[in-house]
Design a protein. Structure first.
Length: 289
């Protein structure tokens, strides 16, 4: 289902130490700024001494001036109540760069959902270490940048990528991009790089998970979308899903079934990130979906 984007709508994400009265404090604050709350979600890790998470969607009249004043006052309230907060507006779409190698299923799913307006983003570029998908991407009118990457050229290639991204994107999606990003690169986009792992983490990490799953005789295969950290395949998990298989599946059958799970899981994770439904807490996520 495609939901029409309301331009006078904003979203507020908050995390803070659990304390009595925080909900009334925030909602009264929004009321004072003449904000009409339309969606409200909350979660606490412990009602007495935990961390409190909140996501609020609200509409505002005379949006530009009201939004600016609310953002200014949030800095004061955030300092007074030890809030970590993020305020976004539907008026400004997030800009998503897609990294891809040769496999096209995750890329095609993202492009289709973007084209059909299911994922409300801008895609200023697709970056690849191969030329295989250039024609597909440019057919959508999206710039395609081919930046080869080898062990010897990795540092130089990453620098070229960073220069391309500078000021043009808000987050990155690794749509089966078969390269490991350096700590320097990851540090530029903390919790803003989403990867799809073709395995139900933490099982079968690393290479050839479907062959290893086949050899193990598994009855379920899955995929995991997560934020990228310096610990390979161990970043905060956003979404996972599985598909039941049986003894008749060969290793190639597992790959085919797995591709369907991968593209669905990645697209859901990207959608939730775009809609500001994900809060990161340590190595976990709170997903208000």
């Amino acid at each position: 289902m495609i939901t029409k984007v309301k331009q006078n709508r904003a979203k507020l994400l908050i995390s803070c130490p659990e304390k009595p009265g925080i909900i009334s404090t925030v909602t009264n604050f929004l009321l004072e700024h003449k904000a009409n709350i339309v969606h409200f979600d909350q979660h606490t890790t412990d009602p007495h001494a935990g961390v409190f998470f909140m996501r609020i969607e609200f509409d505002m009249e005379e949006f530009d001036a009201s939004f600016e004043k609310l953002e200014q006052d949030l800095h004061v309230m955030g300092r007074d109540y030890s809030l970590d907060w993020q305020l976004t507006s539907n008026e400004k779409r997030k800009r998503m760069a897609i990294f891809v190698s040769k496999a096209d299923h995750c890329l095609n799913e993202l492009l289709w959902r973007w084209k059909s307006k299911e994922i409300q983003v801008e895609i200023p570029m697709v970056i690849s270490n191969h030329l295989d998908l250039k024609e597909t991407v440019e057919g959508y009118g999206i710039p395609y940048y081919h930046i080869p990457m080898s062990h010897d050229s990795k540092e130089e290639a990453e620098q070229k990528v960073l220069e391309l991204l500078e000021g043009k994107v808000d987050f990155i999606v690794l749509a089966r991009y078969m390269q490991i990003l350096s700590p320097n690169f990851i540090s530029r986009y903390p919790n803003q790089i989403i990867n799809i792992h073709h395995s139900f983490l933490p099982a079968f990490v690393g290479a050839n998970p479907y062959v290893r799953a086949f050899n193990r005789g598994v009855k379920l295969i899955g995929a995991t979308a997560h934020y990228v950290t310096n610990d390979l395949d161990e970043g905060p998990i956003i979404e996972q899903d599985v598909q039941r298989i049986n003894h008749r599946y060969a290793a190639e059958d597992l790959k085919t079934a797995g591709r369907h799970v991968e593209k669905r899981v990645l697209a859901e994770a990207v959608s939730w990130h775009v809609e500001d439904k994900v809060l990161v807490h340590g190595n976990k996520t709170i997903v208000f979906a």
